[in-house]
Write a protein that binds this ligand. Sequence first.
Ligand code: C2G
Length: 128
Amino acid sequence: MKRVLTYGTFDTLHFGHIRLLQRARALGDYLIVGLSTDEFNEKKNKKAFHSWEERKFFLETLRYVDLVIEEKSWEQKVADIQLYHVNIFTMGSDWEGKFDYLSEHCEVIYLPRTQSISSTQIREFLAD
Ligand code: C2G
């Protein structure tokens, strides 16, 4: 059983997020998603449109996601990898290199980011 871990805000779930989750799940047999809490989003200078509970609900409807946990801090990744016996940590390529330190604990894989879509673009489009 190969266990995969990724993190994110996953606000206004869109094609880019789902493609990321689909490919992350395909790296193993079980995908855990650390979903950023609203408090942690403030540290990332992000304000999600959907609450944490709503964003968790969206993710749990996807066949690619097996477990959603809270992401409350930048520092929790090593503990999560150990707690959930994670074999592979993965993120979109906009994070390339930022989490290489985790390679002491598990495989680290960056997946190409889906161009031309983002939650920001969706919000701007809807605001017009
Ligand atoms: N993503 C993607 N393509 C897009 C948009 C996002 O592949 N068009 C990927 C991102 O690279 C990330 C994941 O989808 O791996 C979630 O994106 P966000 O919700 O924007 O996550 P972010 O705010 O980058 O949070 O500790 C890590 C942070 O919590 C990451």
